[in-house]
Design a protein around this ligand. Structure first.
Ligand code: ATP
Ligand code: MG
Length: 397
């Protein structure tokens, strides 16, 4: 008797819910923890089918399980524990761990279910899952931020590299210029030296004719040296991006006639520069100084690369839309295989022999022309003539 009381006290005070059913699923007893878990009073469930405490689909299937067990003797979950869901009186569902044991009592079978509430564990598990998901999100966000910073760093790095490359290019250009200049300067400088020595000598006899001849040579050499230096300065300004064309309106005929006159002075013996203009008007709007450098470069090439007693045709055409400048000579021409390299800095065709030059002129012409939104074209034949044509949009108001 005392034992029974002890057992009842143990069951009544157990933390887990304990429910017993008969082999048809009818509830025979439920302890206070069981009532609390399912939120029922004991009298509301005793005598009812256990399936009332199960959510779908277990609800519908439970009678079937029991029947099957009665018929086959094959237990499904008896003796094993597993996680299932319970249905409270208010319709809410909670997880619990269920362990069922079977007891033979007074010639019939009774099943006892031990119900261990898992709500707290599940909640903690969900929290952990949420936390992990949140952590993943954070990691993703951080990774994205990191990737962005890496990208920004890479962009900055390539910018630095680009400017370093530019700096390197400029450095190479300068050192090439120095070695080329030391070579190119030697001839005009020794010619100046020689002419001044001779002038000294001719001065003793007041030989004016020879003095003038050598003065002319000195002037020529100085023009040559100035030309080389100007070319280099232009190139450096182009490389450092300091060139900004400034379009102004002016009369191209007067401007070209002046250039023709200047260039005629340095032309060879009986080399005639013939200038002509065609067009509706002679007023153009373009950067005067850049255009002048281009024309001077082309005419000085025509002078250098053609012989004495020849003509150099210099023409300008102004239409409503374009300004066209062309310079044509009958000189040595440009070999076909060299033509594709013509506008590269320091390039000189292989038929130039000992004609002096740095190979910078046409590079400057093409880059200036581009700055003025124009184009350069040329046609040349070693046996015939060479002609260079510049074409610009006429930016008149
Ligand atoms: P510089 O820098 O002093 O002008 P350069 O005349 O040699 O030197 P560019 O004006 O750039 O250099 O010309 C490049 C090359 O193109 C020349 O070396 C020459 O071979 C060829 N060339 C240019 N103009 C003519 C021309 N009118 N006839 C024949 N060859 C030419
Ligand atoms: Mg030249």
């Amino acid at each position: 008797m005392e034992n029974t009381a002890l057992l009842k006290a143990i069951i009544d005070n157990a933390i887990d819910g304990i429910i017993t059913i008969d082999d048809h699923g009818k509830i025979e007893s439920i302890n206070p923890s069981g009532c609390k878990l399912f939120a029922y009073e004991a009298h509301e469930v005793i005598g009812m089918n256990i399936s009332m405490m199960m959510p779908k689909p277990d609800k519908e299937q439970h009678d079937g399980y029991l029947q099957n067990y009665r018929r086959t003797g094959q237990p499904n979950i008896i003796g094993k524990g597993r996680e299932v869901s319970g249905l409270r009186k208010d319709g809410s569902i909670f997880p619990f761990r269920l362990a069922i044991s079977e007891v033979q009592f007074s010639g019939r079978k009774i099943y006892t279910g031990f119900i261990h509430d898992l709500s707290k564990e599940k909640e903690a598990e969900e929290k952990l899952k949420d936390y992990a998901a949140h952590l993943e999100e954070q990691v993703e966000l951080r990774t994205q931020l990191l990737n962005e910073s890496v990208k920004a760093l890479e962009a900055a790095n390539s910018k630095v590299n680009q400017s370093l490359d530019k700096e390197k290019e400029l450095g190479q250009l300068k050192s090439r210029f120095v070695s080329m200049a030391s070579h190119e300067f030697r001839t005009p400088l020794s010619s100046i030296q020689l002419s001044s020595d001779l002038i000294e000598k001719y001065a003793e006899n007041s030989d004016i004719e020879n003095i003038n001849r050598h003065l002319g040579k000195i002037k020529n050499s100085v023009t040559n040296l100035t030309g080389i230096l100007n070319d280099f300065l232009s190139l450096e300004r182009l490389e450092t991006g300091k060139m900004e064309p400034e379009a102004l309106s002016f009369d191209i005929v007067g401007f070209s006639a002046e250039i023709t006159e200047e260039m005629q002075v340095i032309a060879k013996e009986d080399q005639k520069i013939i200038y002509g203009h065609t067009g509706i008007s002679s007023i153009v709007r373009i950067d005067q100084s850049l255009l002048k450098t281009c024309i001077i470069n082309l005419i000085s090439n025509a002078i250098k690369y053609s012989g004495e007693h020849t003509f150099i045709q210099f023409s300008t055409v102004v239409t409503d839309k374009n300004i066209i400048v062309s310079i044509k000579d009958n000189g040595i021409g440009i070999p076909k295989e060299d033509q594709k390299h013509l506008f590269e800095p320091f390039f000189r065709a292989h038929n130039t022999g000992n004609i002096p030059g740095t190979g910078l002129g046409l590079n400057i012409v093409s880059r200036y022309t581009e700055l003025m939104n124009g184009t350069v074209s040329f046609s040349s034949d070693v046996t015939q003539s060479t002609s260079f044509t510049l074409s610009f949009p006429n930016q008149h108001e």
